[in-house]
Write a protein that binds this ligand. Structure first.
Ligand code: SAM
Length: 302
């Protein structure tokens, strides 16, 4: 019988305190020890939940050392719940070395899932969500950041970056140099009072960043597949089909099949073409109506 305790990874809110799940609160309440990235911040959350717990610190610089301590606690049959400052542990946060060691040593590791800024941003961005690459923070040194981006130029899915507002403009300029002026989205202060989603291109976001940005941010850039697909769409052919009365949904299905775009992305592009072309189609139909008027009253019945 396994008398070892269980190690729980508990996701916590990225802004809105009500985003703590009922299960997260229950697991934190039942845990014997809480491992925290920042014990002060996690104590605030525990206090908010009305809990008082033994806390141990697990953060970047001490994580390797704390593995032994966590294993001792688990060996004594006690459960440990780990929480980072915000969101999902391990995602640009501590926990990777610990989980890797615990998994290797046969301990039970259980996730209590919840908020993650990257996923929240992806889902509201409007960019393809069927394939994505989480990049997180780029390396601080310019050369390593450039190497990382050079390796992402042909990556098909949406790219997700974390960055501090102080370095946002520099990040966007770097992105522009590597990717050209792709579609991009800036998500700021997600789930918080001043939540904001700015959709545009990398160049328009640079303009925006120059006005100053505060708060926590995620930057998303469309992947190479979406770029290829938008270049590969024959807009004239799509417009022709729409004029002929084919439903946008059916046109989108055909476009998705041909270009490899997701059906959602193809549908969005077809609707965008329809919207762009409407004024043109209306003036064309004024010039050449589908049913030309009868001349000299010919055929009119009196
Ligand atoms: N573990 C967290 C998660 O699951 O998203 C990420 C922790 S990482 C240290 C912090 C970064 O996540 C921030 O610099 C920002 O890029 C992003 N982030 C966290 N909360 C956010 C929010 N409410 N809105 C936008 N970005 C956020």
């Amino acid at each position: 019988m396994n008398t070892r305790g269980t190690f729980f990874l508990v996701a916590t809110p990225i802004g809105h305190l009500k985003d703590i799940s009922q299960r997260a609160a229950e697991v934190l309440a039942a845990a014997d020890v809480v491992a925290a990235e920042d014990t002060r911040r996690t104590r605030q959350l525990l206090t908010h939940l009305g809990l008082h717990k033994r806390l141990i610190s697990v953060r970047g610089h001490n994580e390797a050392r704390q593995i032994e301590l966590v294993e001792q606690v688990l060996d004594s049959g006690q459960d440990v719940a780990m929480a980072s400052d915000a969101g999902t542990p391990l995602i640009s946060d501590p926990g990777e070395k610990l989980v890797s060691a615990l998994a290797e040593h046969g301990y039970d590791v259980v996730s209590v899932p919840g908020p993650c800024a990257a996923i929240v941003a992806l889902t509201v961005s409007g960019l393809p969500a069927d394939r994505f690459t989480f990049v997180g923070f780029l390396p601080r040194t310019a050369g390593r950041a450039d190497d990382a981006l050079a390796g992402l130029v042909t990556t098909p899915g949406t790219l997700i970056f974390y960055e501090s507002p102080r370095r946002l403009e520099a990040l966007l300029e770097r992105l522009l140099r590597h990717f050209g002026d792709r579609r991009a989205v800036l998500c700021r202060e997600l789930t918080k009072l001043h939540e904001e989603v700015v959709r545009g291109t990398i160049a328009t976001l640079i303009e925006r960043a120059r006005q100053g940005t505060r708060g926590e941010i995620v930057v998303l850039v469309e992947g190479a597949a979406a770029v290829r697909a938008s270049q590969g769409i024959d807009e004239e052919a799509v417009a022709e089909k729409l004029r002929a009365g084919v439903r946008p949904r059916d046109v989108a299905r055909e476009v998705a099949g041909r270009t490899g775009l997701s059906s959602r992305a193809a549908y969005a592009k077809v609707l965008a073409i329809q919207k762009r072309r409407q004024p043109e189609d209306r003036s064309a139909s004024r010039r050449a109506p589908a049913h030309p008027p009868l001349e000299n009253g010919a055929g009119r019945q009196r």
